[in-house]
Design a protein around this ligand. Structure first.
Ligand code: COA
Length: 254
């Protein structure tokens, strides 16, 4: 199983564990994560959720072979059920970014309450380089967080950014030494054991509630274009180039 889950000391941990493919996320893995978030939401003994990866890699984003073979069909696909579960989670979600966080590896962080990044991590949203468009409401949230100029660097050029830059532009709370990031994130999640769960839940609803509908609307709008882009010749060239370990050639497109 490439998603490991456990509930220990009030914290539901969702661990992405497919290191041989750099933790690339398949439809089955999104399904497992959506299910785990649903269980965490329903389990009264869970006070917070921790999302983490493997040493050196958080996730390389959507599995590119899955993109080619099994593109998400509609808003009911596992990836969208995962997005909905994360956006709608009333319990605090803490992310421990253990290494590279690419594509949805970065955009999912926009929906976590606390984000701690390893000093060895790199973040990137290279959607355009893959012939795709921003997803998970990043077209709305990234410009809001860091302004249009820096958002253009990250979303149009797909420029990678350092953990320090992630903190500076508001995506992450703090940078931790690689060996400490998971334990630090877990300690933050465990602090909710000492806080009143009803007040935490109501506060999270007040902070995010009014925005959730708008965010889900943007996710759906992005998904329509994303679905079309997945089938585009530009995306096919990018995906094939990735597996052939070469640079893509977009010179024939206009
Ligand atoms: N989908 C499918 N397979 C992936 C993958 C992905 N997103 N990311 C990595 N893999 C696979 C590679 O194909 C390779 O498989 P192989 O051993 O069968 O050849 C294996 O994982 C190791 O990846 P590799 O690229 O050799 O590791 P690296 O350490 O040199 O680079 C990354 C790591 C994460 C920087 C690089 O794999 C990468 O850029 N991945 C794609 C990121 C991406 O564009 N994601 C989609 C965003 S929408």
């Amino acid at each position: 199983m490439s998603i490991k889950t456990a509930v220990v000391n009030g914290v539901a941990t969702i661990e992405i564990a497919r290191p041989e493919k750099k933790n690339a996320l398949t439809q089955a893995m999104y399904e497992a994560m959506a299910h785990a978030l649903g269980q965490a939401q329903a389990d009264g003994s869970v006070r917070a959720v921790l999302i983490t990866g493997q040493p050196g890699i958080f996730t390389s984003g959507n599995d590119i072979e899955d993109f080619m073979q099994r593109p998400p069909q509609d808003i009911d696909s596992p990836v969208f059920r995962f997005m909905q579960a994360l956006v709608g989670c009333d319990k605090p979600v803490v992310a421990a970014v253990t290494g590279a966080a690419i594509g949805i590896g970065t955009t999912l962080l926009l929906h976590c309450d606390f984000v701690y990044v390893s000093d060895e991590a790199r973040l990137a949203m290279p959607f355009v380089s893959l012939g795709l468009v921003p997803e998970f409401a990043s077209s709305l949230l990234v410009p809001e967080l860091m302004g249009a100029r820096r958002a253009a660097e990250k979303l149009l050029l797909g420029d990678p950014f350092t953990p320090e830059q992630a903190v500076e532009c508001g995506i992450a709370n703090a940078v931790l030494p690689a060996a400490e990031v998971v334990n630090h994130a877990r300690r933050v999640a465990e602090r909710f054991n000492a806080l009143p769960p009803g007040a935490v839940r109501d506060s999270k609803r007040l902070i995010h509630g009014p925005r959730r509908e708008r965010i889900m609307q943007v996710i759906a709008e992005e998904a329509t274009v994303f679905g079309q882009r997945l089938r585009s010749p530009e995306a096919m060239e990018a995906f094939q180039a990735f597996f052939q370990k070469r640079q893509p050639d977009f010179s024939q497109f206009s």
